[in-house]
Design a binder for this molecule. Structure first.
Ligand code: P6P
Length: 338
């Protein structure tokens, strides 16, 4: 008796089935998705062990964001860099943890994809065992050959060929899109396989939750304050109030809202005039996912996927989730701030 019944679909089988629907597919992107799934399993195993082998605590140095780097950040960054760099399918990588581009190791072929990732988002939650995540974004290279360049990673989000995240929570899930629906896979640790658990995820048009760090309220613009008060339920003739849920981990807050319906906001404020989150490897991949699940993502007013990136680690305000809620925020901002 096979360990897997006929109805159980592994991520490998699912990716192959998706590839067969595109006769012109070369299989390279499919293979890259497997490679990423392997990277996710390696990180997941380390996170599961973290409490036992005292990996917790800071690595004693800081990353390009000036944030204290947790040991698992370093481990996750190295694991993904090593896996994705040795596939022959990637010409360049970029990571939240590295100021500069990450070249493909000498002697390894440079492929046709550029891969960007946030190896361990929400890492401040590691020590309190709250959900953290990995986010990735994949583009087709623009440069002709050899080592990839900044032009290969500084592309508008609308040109992504794939985007996804892994959430290391009560279970480990990988959610991704290649533009043909959004699909979720849950890791079965006894098999070491990601199994299809959430095919064709659709985000509800109107959300149950809103997620924002209210401690920044006093630093927001009047328009943002008014929009959030609407989400509180202060303007019932405009929008029904929602429940507040905020974990402080983008992947976890986003995932809950994707499945149950909701809106996540990290607005600009007087301390962070461009918001806190990064366009290239946080906002863009999440925006591709949410749009292919029927939702929306803006910087408050403009579509995230249309923004032209100017710098690798540039920040952007982010309003993302159920389409009706994102549109409500944009209306309030336009009415209040013109
Ligand atoms: P704050 C985690 O550090 C992170 O980058 C995102 O995962 C999360 O959404 C955000 O910052 C939380 O920021 O300022 O609310 O703690």
């Amino acid at each position: 008796m096979s360990m897997l019944s006929g109805t159980v679909v592994t991520i490998e089988r699912f990716i192959l089935e998706q590839e067969r629907q595109h006769p012109d597919a070369t299989g390279e992107l499919s293979n890259l998705m497997y490679d990423f799934a392997l990277g996710a399993k390696i990180v997941a195993a380390a996170i599961r062990r973290a409490g036992l082998i005292n990996v917790l605590g800071s690595a004693g140095n800081t990353n390009v964001q000036g944030e204290e780097q947790q040991k698992l950040d370093v481990f996750a960054n190295n694991a993904l860099t090593n896996v994705m760099g040795h596939t022959g399918r990637v010409c360049v990588m970029a990571s939240e943890e590295d100021e500069e581009l990450i070249p493909i190791p000498p002697g390894w072929p440079q492929g046709k994809y550029a891969v960007l990732f946030d190896p361990l988002d929400g890492s401040s939650n590691i020590d309190v065992n709250a959900a953290v995540g990995t986010i990735f974004s994949i583009y087709r290279r623009r440069s002709m050959d050899g080592q990839g360049t900044l032009a290969d990673v500084l592309q508008p989000g609308s040109r992504q060929v794939a985007a996804g995240y892994v959430i290391y929570g009560s279970s480990v899930m990988l959610v991704y899109t290649t533009g043909n629906g959004v699909h979720g896979f849950t890791l079965d640790p006894s098999l070491g396989e990601f199994l299809l658990s959430h095919p064709n995820i659709r985000i509800p048009e109107v959300g149950k939750y809103y997620s924002v760090n209210e401690s920044n309220f006093g630093r927001w613009s009047k328009g943002t304050q008014r929009a959030v008060r609407g989400l509180h339920g202060d303007f019932p003739d405009l929008i029904k109030g929602k429940n507040s849920r905020y974990i402080g981990s983008l992947v976890a807050d986003f995932h809950r809202n994707l499945i149950a319906g909701g809106i996540f906001m990290y607005p600009a404020d007087s301390k962070n005039p461009n918001g806190k989150l990064r366009l290239a490897y946080e906002a863009n991949p999440m925006a591709m996912i949410v749009e292919h699940a029927g939702g929306a993502a803006t910087n408050g007013l403009e579509r995230i996927l249309d923004l032209e990136p100017l710098a690798l680690h540039q920040r952007t305000p982010l309003v993302i989730g159920s389409r009706s809620d994102v549109e409500f925020v944009a209306r309030v901002l336009r009415d209040t701030e013109g």
